[in-house]
Design a protein around this ligand. Sequence first.
Ligand SMILES: Cc1cc2nc3c(=O)[nH]c(=O)nc-3n(C[C@H](O)[C@H](O)[C@H](O)COP(=O)(O)OP(=O)(O)OC[C@H]3O[C@@H](n4cnc5c(N)ncnc54)[C@H](O)[C@@H]3O)c2cc1C
Length: 86
Amino acid sequence: MTSILWATGFTHDYGWLKVDALDASGKPRHQRGVSSEPGVYFLGLPYQSRRGSSFIWGVWHDAKFVADHIAKQRLYLAYRAPAAAE
Ligand SMILES: Cc1cc2nc3c(=O)[nH]c(=O)nc-3n(C[C@H](O)[C@H](O)[C@H](O)COP(=O)(O)OP(=O)(O)OC[C@H]3O[C@@H](n4cnc5c(N)ncnc54)[C@H](O)[C@@H]3O)c2cc1C
């Protein structure tokens, strides 16, 4: 699995992000950092879930939420239904 982490901070220019994850005004379309586009996540956005979301001192709440979400998705993807009994 390949991961790309773009750490572009406060620069609100997503012109380089070639996925369907932005709304009509060009802002990330997401719920608590989980994008509408599978595999795309946002962190550090203003008021992503709370005032501290865009601060070093506070971003970890959202980081944990996104990391937990990714871990769950990986479990779902790895799941293989047991073979049916004959
Ligand atoms: C005025 C101000 C005061 C703050 N005070 C506090 C505070 O007291 N406590 C606190 O916890 N947090 C504070 N913050 C928030 C804190 O600065 C950020 O949470 C933190 O810097 C985010 O780190 P980052 O690495 O994600 O982004 P940044 O530190 O913003 O780094 C992003 C880097 O990516 C570069 N970049 C952007 N786009 C591109 C591109 N297309 N190509 C190449 N490079 C690119 C930028 O030039 C920049 O160097 C403050 C922010 C501001 C603006």
